[in-house]
Ligand binder design. Structure first.
Ligand SMILES: Nc1ncnc2c1ncn2[C@@H]1O[C@H](COP(=O)(O)OP(=O)(O)OP(=O)(O)O)[C@@H](O)[C@H]1O
Ligand SMILES: [Mg+2]
Length: 415
């Protein structure tokens, strides 16, 4: 974790209700780090564990737990808990009526209870099953897509302290992030994407497995053996790219990718992209052209890195699926209130049968399989990025003649 630069001055830090500013900064930095972690975790269990550990730590509590509403039975269940007693809490059902967590869920409100014994809403069932003695509770609702899905609790503020505003704000922030992450993980687990991915992973894995059986055989020549090793390298590269691109796509589909909304100099992005693919084009003796109209394009609002990713995939495709001494033309022009960008090639073209499937994930034209490496995810990702910018992407192709991918990017409204 990146610690805040400690100031060298001998002045004591200003105090805010017993908590120093340095402490608050440190807490928020930790919070930011956790939220970055949440975005990169797809496995729900380990994610929830991280959340309760962090929640207890950041609020100086003895314990913390996440209770989620069981949609089937309408009771609350412990989905994750950090406490010192190690009791199996997962079997305990907490009723919606007659529990603090239930009250928080039903009212969608934060609750701080200084002395649980004197609060009639306190559900004693959990303490009875364990050696844990609850003194005070801070409980916040977890809301995702407008629905309260559960409750995040911190229990027993350390050193007999009371929960303060800063604890509340930290737990509320964590609960909001956790709720979205839980919803996304749930949607993700249900999605067809997982099934497709597993299916797609099997092909390179089978190739690798078959190859490893062949390599040790005595009758294999040295030359063939090197060939087989090259196959393993190629297939593991493909697996690596597939998993990275797959996560990219999963994030885009679940809305977890936040596109930047910066002022983007398209001229720069187009030139960068051409520069990057130049070596690839040279290798295949493919000619690269860039034509812009007007010569200096107006700025747009968007995510320069993601737009470059789109261009790189389209240009790489146009080169990969081109013929020797073919041409790739990158054309950008202003059309009404948008910029239209074409990537045109003189390559193999795509048949009428295949054209409607071209933006589907994992789709690759059978003839091009083995022709060059690929995952079939590039275009699905590119189209989603463009749509995220408020534009659209289409394709036009004639077999044996060439293919043109076209996308638009809206210009910002003049005020
Ligand atoms: N310019 C093109 N000309 C002919 N066929 C193309 C062209 N662009 C894409 N295709 C076909 O569409 C398929 C999907 O393209 P996509 O970019 O999604 O995946 P990929 O290039 O196979 O892999 P990745 O981009 O993930 O490395 C390609 O495999 C190829 O069959
Ligand atoms: Mg591609």
């Amino acid at each position: 974790m990146t610690q805040a630069e400690q100031s060298n001055s001998s002045e004591p830090s200003p105090m805010l209700d017993d908590v120093t500013v340095d402490e608050i900064i440190e807490r928020y930095e930790r919070l930011m780090e956790i939220s970055r972690n949440l975005n990169s975790t797809l496995a729900l269990d380990s994610l929830l564990e991280k959340i309760v550990v962090a929640a207890a730590e950041l609020t100086d509590s003895d314990a913390s737990s996440i209770l989620l509403v069981d949609k089937r039975t309408g009771v609350l269940r412990f989905e994750a808990a950090l406490d010192t007693t190690g009791v199996q809490l997962s079997s305990i059902e907490v009723p919606l009526e007659g529990s603090i967590a239930g009250w928080v869920v039903q009212n969608n409100e934060t609750l701080v209870i200084e002395d649980v014994e004197s609060d009639p809403r306190f559900f004693k069932g959990v303490d009875e099953e364990s050696t844990f003695r609850t003194r005070n509770i801070l409980a916040v609702p977890m809301e995702a897509r407008g629905k309260v899905i559960g409750c995040l609790e911190a229990l027993n503020k350390m050193h007999d302290d009371a929960y303060d505003e800063s604890d509340v704000s930290i737990l509320v922030t964590m609960a909001a992030q956790a709720a979205v992450a839980i919803e996304n993980a749930r949607l993700f687990e249900q999605s067809d994407l997982i099934k497709e991915m597993v299916h797609e992973l099997r092909t390179p894995l089978a190739a690798i497995k078959a190859t490893t059986y062949l390599i040790p055989r005595k009758e294999i020549s040295e030359e063939k053996r090197l060939d087989l090793i090259a196959t393993i390298q190629r297939e593991t590269d493909r697996l690596t790219r597939m998993t990275t691109e797959f996560l990219d796509l999963a994030r885009l589909e679940s809305g977890r990718t936040h596109l930047k909304r910066d002022t983007v100099d398209l001229n720069q992005v187009l030139n960068d992209a051409i520069y990057t693919v130049h070596p690839q084009a040279d290798d295949k003796s493919v000619n690269l052209d860039l034509v812009t109209e007007p010569e200096t394009l107006p700025n747009i609002i968007g995510d320069d890195e993601k737009l470059k990713q789109v261009l790189l995939n389209l240009l790489t495709n146009a080169i990969k699926y081109n013929r020797e001494h073919g041409t790739v033309t990158l054309r950008a022009r202003r059309v009404d209130n948008s910029i239209q960008i074409d990537v045109e090639d003189t390559g193999l073209g795509i048949s009428k049968d295949n054209l409607p499937h071209i933006f589907e994930k994992f789709f690759r034209v059978a003839d091009t399989e083995g022709y060059t490496q690929g995952t079939g995810l590039g275009l699905a990702i590119a189209k989603r990025i463009i749509e995220g910018h408020g534009g659209n992407m289409t394709v036009d192709s004639e077999e044996g003649v060439g293919t043109t991918f076209t996308f638009t990017l809206p210009l910002p409204h003049p005020h």
